[in-house]
Design a protein around this ligand. Structure first.
Ligand code: UDP
Ligand code: MG
Length: 317
């Protein structure tokens, strides 16, 4: 029987974890696959880990990993996927925003021959208009800037085939923009529509600052367009400056005009100063990223692990 592992990253999710597990188990029991669940405790400060341990103790098909600290969802997910040894893996959030009931549909598409089956939200219930607007703006920007198309309105909720998993496990970059990485590996990809529910309990770890950081991360790790934009701004500014300089020179030489300077001088200096700082910031963004890569640190450390009974380890760090 083909094996399926469900990977669930969780950070301070003690409020929903037990409910989540009940619903997930109900769904997995209907599948004619050998199912495992792998929980990853991303350095939670509540009793998420205790709950995970009791879930694992109660059921041999449930495994749990505890990371040495909070590494962020993207790394927690990577840690989970690294420990999957199955024919397919499903990635799902613990807060019940991704309905486990969709898993059979994902599996059906996988059995129809797709390698990556991602779930696309057709509605975002319980999210403010502003959050929706910023999310939409982000996906559109990514679409324009990125070299590989990142599918719209798609979270990390998806199914990966064995070869997609293997491909993904070879991408070891430290700055991990998972949506982009999933798209980058290629293979046969398809989507399944669903309605995104509001969070059942607990609260989101995202705030606008974190989302902003995430957006910069997404753009800089999948596109060098901002660098090119800086170049073109520089080229345009130099051209304008050259023409303006020519005009001033001609005026001064031919018409003996005393050049009236202060206001225009101030504007030009301040404007160019701003552009230069901005361009420097853009370069710094990329430099910082390549610095982080060059340190070659491991992506995460595992404090404790309890893998599902029927499973070995594919890849560990
Ligand atoms: N998560 C995690 N580490 C973190 C933050 C979040 O493992 O540092 C998990 C979290 O427990 C949940 C999933 O990632 O299962 C999605 O998090 P959240 O609901 O906060 O994000 P949103 O749904 O708002 O995008
Ligand atoms: Mg959520």
């Amino acid at each position: 029987m083909p094996k399926l592992t469900v990977v669930v990253p969780a950070y301070n999710e003690s409020a929903v974890l037990a409910i989540f597990h009940e619903r997930l188990r109900g769904v997995l029991d209907t599948l004619s696959l050998q199912c495992n669940v792998l929980y990853i405790d991303d350095g939670s400060r509540d009793d998420t880990w205790t709950i995970m341990q009791s879930l694992a103790a109660a059921d041999a098909r449930v495994g749990a990993l505890k990371l040495s600290r909070n590494f962020g969802k993207e790394i927690a997910l990577t840690a989970g996927l690294d420990h999957v040894d199955a024919d397919a893996a499903v990635v799902i959030d613990a807060d019940l925003q991704d309905p486990p009931e969709l898993i059979p549909e994902l599996v059906a598409q996988w059995q129809a021959g797709y390698d990556v089956v991602y779930a696309t939200r057709s509605a975002r219930a319980g999210e403010s208009g502003f959050k929706r607007f910023t999310a939409a703006a982000f996906y559109r920007t990514m679409e324009i800037l990125s070299d590989v198309p990142v599918p719209r309105d798609t979270g990390d909720f998806r199914l990966l085939s064995r070869r997609a998993l293997k491909a993904l496990s070879q991408l070891r970059e430290r700055q991990r923009f998972m949506k982009g990485l999933f798209a980058w590996i290629g293979y046969r990809q398809t989507s399944v529509q669903y309605m995104r529910d509001p969070r059942k309990a607990g609260k989101t770890k995202w705030n606008y600052w974190r989302l902003g950081q995430f957006a910069i991360e997404g753009i800089t790790s999948f596109s060098s367009a901002p660098l090119r934009l800086a170049t073109w701004t520089g080229v345009t500014a130099s051209l304008v400056a050259f023409l303006l300089g020519l005009k001033v020179l001609i005026k001064a030489l031919m018409h003996r005009d005393p050049v009236p300077g202060y206001p225009s001088l101030m504007v030009v200096i301040l404007f160019l100063g701003g552009v230069q700082l901005l361009a420097l910031g853009v370069i710094g963004e990329y430099l910082g990223r390549s610095y982080a890569e060059s340190k070659q640190r491991p992506l995460y450390f595992i404090e404790e692990e309890r893998l599902p009974a029927s499973q070995g380890t594919l890849h560990t760090e």
